[in-house]
Design a protein around this ligand. Structure first.
Ligand code: HEC
Ligand code: HEC
Ligand code: HEC
Ligand code: HEC
Ligand code: HEC
Ligand code: HEC
Ligand code: HEC
Ligand code: HEC
Length: 456
């Protein structure tokens, strides 16, 4: 409930100008408020003053972009009179400053780009937590900083190796339609201060031209900014799915997901922050375990805070440094479970994950050992994507191995087993066979034995 009093202050102070400007659902609601406390309403109008420019945005945009106004009206921030003006108006000196046709000739500058920095004016705590998480700078690092990934995006997937030059916009297709929409990239600007090279909009870790990072709307989408929406597993599913991190699939097959699918419609989704507790729901969603306040835990926008293991990279290690504090994370996650489970089951589940990690790491270490021996004898192909051993090794950690680990972490037995360890052992046997063959024949086989679709 932190800061709610402060927020309420803003609500009352700003409520008025919407009522003046827009003949809308918002206006009607303010009307009702007026009946109960007309005096307070009037006083606060004088304090803050009506900003006619803000009313103008709403009036004109309700004709020009009615869809945006309709969503915005449904959100709590509209009811608190946080408007287009508060989020989109920037200083003339901002690198992102431009004017829409409705603002030409005025001294008001806007940007269609809105980063977490704008939200931090009113939600500093959420933004501070978010910026410490893997959803911020680390998320866009593969698209912006990581040379290997940049090679993958443009030279391999973008067809660079078949002659598609980087200047051709089709060379960016994989980035702009894929990675960027989940991870976020670096927004580049043209002379009119608008994005170029289709570098905007983007995913969670988008880097903006003023140096700010993060798109808050990936979970509570614009322009409703609904907490209800963010609490539902669908909010995460647009990114956390597929062969390499099937978190939504795992969740839906888990008992928790089963209960959500059966009873979720009857749950209370709209409780105040930190007041959303068991009883409002009968099983956790992604948000419950990774973000929401529950019991003594308060809400966090740092999704790394409650994690012990790194289940995404080649070898799973306990989190440290920029990836979080794994020892502390394990305790916090245990606290989440303890709201609904007893210690015997929780300990079993934690041991299950530790065992799955140990088993997977054993496979990975074995593969690394074989790879080193092959390398020492010059038996690794230069191009890893034409070399069966290296291709399979990629699938071992990136697809099957992640599914096994994440399936075990979140109670998805089918992913832990059939899409996970069952395939881990098969891929490993193939690796062994290629290794044996190369060691015996002292050469690399002529054709890669791996199908391009991989062992999915
Ligand atoms: C609470 C802040 C907030 C408010 C209020 C707000 N917006 Fe936005 N708006 C955003 C964010 C965040 C984005 C996404 C920006 C990004 O990804 O960089 C956005 C994107 C947009 C875009 C560009 C995306 C598109 O779909 O074309 C338009 C246009 C826009 N808003 C118009 C409006 C209008 C008109 C209003 C007033 C009804 C408004 N916004 C109110 C935060 C806000
Ligand atoms: C008189 C009408 C009018 C007014 C007033 C107006 N706009 Fe616009 N706005 C438009 C139109 C029309 C567009 C579509 C693009 C264009 O014509 O520039 C637009 C586009 C936008 C965009 C998207 C720009 C893009 O590049 O995609 C944003 C953001 C925006 N307006 C915000 C605002 C804000 C904030 C205000 C108030 C400070 C405002 N507008 C006032 C008519 C208006
Ligand atoms: C000018 C101040 C201001 C700015 C800027 C602002 N907010 Fe808010 N926001 C508020 C206030 C006030 C509330 C409380 C509304 C209420 O509880 O009725 C709120 C509530 C919210 C909520 C909770 C909604 C719910 O359903 O309970 C979310 C989510 C949110 N804001 C996200 C954002 C994001 C994302 C941005 C940046 C794009 C942003 N806000 C920018 C003032 C602001
Ligand atoms: C559908 C959304 C989506 C797309 C598309 C996507 N990723 Fe990811 N990526 C994710 C998610 C979600 C994770 C985190 C998985 C986890 O933590 O288990 C991730 C993790 C990663 C990681 C490991 C995290 C790290 O910081 O080291 C890298 C590297 C990566 N992705 C690169 C890429 C590249 C490069 C592309 C495009 C060629 C891409 N991804 C496309 C969603 C996506
Ligand atoms: C990974 C998804 C996700 C992202 C990204 C995200 N949020 Fe949230 N947000 C949530 C969830 C889930 C809740 C509801 C927590 C709960 O159950 O109370 C929430 C709640 C909120 C609230 C309501 C008050 C509170 O703290 O619970 C505000 C304000 C808010 N978010 C602002 C932001 C801002 C600002 C950003 C960008 C820095 C952001 N959010 C990014 C998922 C997200
Ligand atoms: C727009 C895409 C997107 C959405 C929506 C999204 N995530 Fe993520 N998430 C990512 C990416 C990309 C990464 C990889 C970050 C990195 O590179 O370390 C990630 C990583 C994570 C991680 C691991 C953090 C780390 O550093 O290893 C967790 C946990 C996570 N997300 C939980 C969630 C939850 C819970 C939700 C929904 C409430 C959610 N995410 C919504 C894209 C998204
Ligand atoms: C019952 C609680 C629970 C629910 C529900 C849940 N998770 Fe998890 N999640 C966990 C636990 C526990 C771990 C492993 C933590 C650790 O490292 O010890 C985990 C790990 C993860 C990771 C791997 C982080 C890494 O190391 O890369 C991601 C990503 C993730 N969860 C996303 C999600 C998403 C998305 C959803 C919903 C579709 C979800 N989780 C639902 C408890 C949960
Ligand atoms: C909001 C309550 C709630 C929270 C929080 C919660 N669970 Fe559950 N969990 C349940 C319910 C209810 C079931 C269904 C029990 C059944 O199958 O009859 C369940 C089932 C399970 C199951 C399936 C096995 C079984 O008992 O049927 C596992 C495994 C599990 N939970 C692990 C966890 C772990 C680990 C955490 C913490 C990371 C956690 N849960 C957090 C409510 C919760």
């Amino acid at each position: 409930m932190k800061g709610l009093v402060g927020k309420m202050g803003i609500i009352c102070m700003t409520a008025c100008f919407i009522a003046v400007g827009a003949n809308s659902a918002v206006a009607q609601e303010q009307g009702q408020q007026k009946q109960t406390s007309p005096k307070l309403h009037k006083e606060l109008v004088i304090k803050r003053g009506v900003r006619p420019e803000a009313t103008k945005c709403i009036e004109c945009h309700s004709k020009k972009t009615p869809g945006i106004i309709d969503s915005w009206k449904l959100g709590k921030m509209a009811h608190a009179a946080v408007s287009c003006y508060d989020c989109h108006v920037v200083e003339k000196s901002s690198p992102m400053a431009s004017q829409c046709s409705g603002l030409k000739g005025t001294n008001i500058y806007i940007s269609p780009m809105v980063s977490s920095k704008t939200c931090s004016r009113c939600h500093p705590q959420e933004v501070e937590q978010f910026l410490k998480s893997g959803h911020a700078k680390l998320a866009s690092a593969p698209v912006v900083d990581n040379k290997k990934m940049i090679n993958l995006i443009y030279n391999l997937e973008g067809g660079g190796f078949i002659g598609n030059k980087h200047g051709n916009s089709s060379n960016w297709a994989s980035r702009e339609a894929g990675c960027q929409m989940c991870h976020g990239g670096q927004v580049e600007l043209g002379p009119d201060h608008k994005p170029v090279k289709n570098t905007w909009p983007g995913g969670v870790g988008t880097r903006y031209p003023d140096g700010s990072i993060g798109t808050c709307t990936v979970c509570h989408t614009r322009h409703q900014f609904s907490v209800t929406e963010a609490r539902k597993p669908e909010a995460c599913a647009s990114c956390h799915l597929g062969p390499d991190h099937p978190d939504i699939e795992i969740y839906i097959e888990s008992k928790h997901g089963q209960i959500f699918s059966t009873h979720g419609e009857d749950w209370e989704w709209d409780s105040a922050p930190d007041a959303w507790q068991p009883g409002d729901y009968t099983a956790p969603t992604c948000a419950t375990c990774h973000m929401s306040g529950i019991g003594d835990l308060t809400t966090t926008h740092n999704i790394n805070e409650r994690l012990k293991w790194d289940l995404v990279h080649k070898k799973s290690v306990i989190r440290s440094g920029e990836r979080g504090d794994g020892e502390k994370g394990a305790k916090l996650m245990r606290q989440v479970c303890a709201n609904c489970h007893g210690p015997t089951q929780i300990t079993k589940e934690i041991n299950t994950l530790d065992d799955a990690v140990a088993l997977y790491n054993m496979y990975w270490d074995g593969a690394v050992k074989m790879k080193k021996e092959l390398a020492a004898k010059g038996l690794l192909g230069k191009d890893p994507w034409k070399d069966g051993f290296q291709e399979l090794m990629y699938y071992l950690w990136h697809h099957t191995g992640r599914r096994a680990r994440q399936g075990a972490a979140m109670n998805g037995p089918d992913y832990a087993h059939w899409h996970g360890f069952f395939q881990v052992f098969q891929v490993y046997k193939d690796l062994q066979q290629i290794y044996d063959w190369r060691m015996k024949n002292n050469r690399i086989e002529d054709l890669s034995t791996v199908m391009s679709s991989g062992p999915l």
